[in-house]
Design a protein. Sequence first.
Length: 116
Amino acid sequence: MDNNRALSSLCYFSILFAPFLLPIIIYFVSVDQGVKYHAKRSLLSHLIPVGLLIIAFIVFAIGMVSASTVTFDGTNSGFGILATGLPFLFMIVYGIVSLIVLIWNIVQGVKVLQYV
């Protein structure tokens, strides 16, 4: 096994211990284009759950504001499903997507070790 395959594979496995830091460092330090390709690809896959987490935070914030909004006559003007159901749906989707990304990164790391 050569160093380029080990570095490329380590970029994918870094989702377990340093998801952003290691692929960025390897991308800028390495001179091999294959290693840079795998570093960029693994970094983008590590960003998927973060993007979904930002969207979920926005949905939670909107849900909390709409759940706590009360009109002058004492009735709740919340959005109903947005305030209660949608945040829980996003938690389930986030968990599934994070698990898929974790498995995908491990599979890609093993493939790089074996075939590249």
